[in-house]
Design a protein around this ligand. Structure first.
Ligand code: ZN
Length: 138
């Protein structure tokens, strides 16, 4: 049983994370759009294949490749619950291993968003990281 102050701390952390996530997507989507190298697309395709093979349902999504900036995340997702439109923004300034990790993380979010379940931000992040770890170990 959690004490009130512990519950407040959990909610505060989730709220902070939720407030950060949309701004991360907005910041990344505001970066200069670029054409990826073939290996960037190959890594994304591999991530989608691995995610599907691992049982995730991956609906259609749009990818925006950007010249990410050093203080931003390598990837982010924007999902519209009304239209079910998903945009995944990915920075081209990342190494293949990190890009694969980032793609799997965002694809896990996409699967969760489109599933119809409602997860807290903390649960979404936890689920995505758990998924990445499970797939990267294979
Ligand atoms: Zn995330």
């Amino acid at each position: 049983m959690l004490a009130d102050f512990q519950i407040r701390a959990v909610l505060d952390n989730a709220a902070r994370a939720a407030a950060r996530e949309p701004s991360t997507a907005s910041a990344l989507l505001a970066c200069r759009r670029v054409t990826p190298m073939p290996w960037h697309r190959d890594v994304l395709d591999a991530a989608v294949q691995r995610a599907r093979a691992a049982g995730l349902t991956i609906p259609v999504f749009t990818v925006v490749w950007v010249a990410g900036e050093p203080d931003l995340a390598d990837g982010a997702i924007r999902y519209d619950y009304g239209t079910r439109a998903a945009v995944i923004a990915l920075s081209v300034f990342t190494d293949p291993h990190s890009l694969l990790r980032t793609c799997l993380h965002e694809l896990a979010h996409l699967s969760d968003f489109s599933s119809g379940h409602t997860y807290s931000r903390a649960d979404l992040e936890s689920r995505a990281e758990h998924f990445v770890r499970s797939v990267m170990m294979c």
